[in-house]
Design a protein around this ligand. Structure first.
Ligand SMILES: Nc1ncnc2c1ncn2[C@@H]1O[C@H](COP(=O)(O)OP(=O)(O)OP(=O)(O)O)[C@@H](O)[C@H]1O
Length: 210
């Protein structure tokens, strides 16, 4: 899976958040998007996952040599992010069933295995609205990890996780990022230490308009 950016920029009103990005995410490798609070990491991730249009430039998705239309890119990716809402009225069982109606499970996994990885099987009949913020974060990560999609995008993956939760994330991320284009937005080293590539939003703050 490959995402190619040509002269990508995004602004809100008159403020350029980033511009002049020429970059290629590919080879099923792992990438960290780095930058301070408010620098534009989440904005770039949303541009990359097709939920936000760039203000300038061209974004191309290709898989096994074939171009994928941007409108269809959501089928190819799994995303876990603080701004992504879970359906609060559903129980854990229902959320897992619902999610995997739309996304296939990675090979070798079934629902019991997903609950096992999550480590919250005892809460399977509990409504999500009663989950703690850390439990919700674990659930978002597991849904993304366990889906059979060629792209994995994580924004602040360990937000709301305690030390045990961070160890749990670290024990899973390497395994579930293998063979997928993985992009992580972060400013905490432990979240992205394993990533093979790093890009810094700061490098695209003052790029001249092309
Ligand atoms: N819809 C919007 N309208 C106007 N400005 C926005 C909008 N979304 C984001 N911004 C601005 O864009 C800038 C980048 O925000 P973004 O959330 O991408 O940063 P970030 O690097 O992910 O930050 P953090 O590390 O705090 O999550 C900020 O100045 C933010 O206020």
């Amino acid at each position: 899976m490959q995402i190619t950016l040509q002269n990508i920029g995004r602004r809100f009103n008159r403020e350029w958040i980033f511009r002049g990005i020429d970059y290629s995410f590919g080879d099923n490798s792992s990438y960290a998007i780095l930058g301070s609070n408010g620098s534009g990491k989440s904005t770039l991730l949303q541009v990359l996952n097709g939920s936000l249009a760039p203000s300038t430039g061209k974004l191309t998705y290709t898989r096994i040599g074939e171009e994928i239309e941007p409108e269809k890119i959501f089928n190819y990716l799994s995303l876990a992010a603080p701004y992504l809402e879970l359906i609060e009225e559903f129980t854990l069982n229902e959320v897992v069933d619902f999610h995997f109606k739309f996304k296939a499970l990675r090979s070798g996994l079934d629902k019991a295995a997903v609950l096992d990885i999550l480590g919250l099987a005892g809460s399977r009949n509990k409504a999500i609205r009663y989950f703690s913020s850390g439990m919700k974060q674990r659930l978002k990560l597991v849904l993304a990890f366990c889906a059979d999609t060629p792209m994995l995008m994580l924004d602040e993956p360990t937000s709301n996780l305690d030390t045990q939760g961070i160890d749990w994330y670290l024990s899973l991320i390497q395994q579930y990022s293998v063979g997928r284009l993985t992009i992580i937005c972060s400013n905490q080293e432990h979240e992205y230490r394993f990533c093979k590539h790093q890009m810094s939003i700061a490098d695209y703050k003052d790029a001249p308009k092309k």
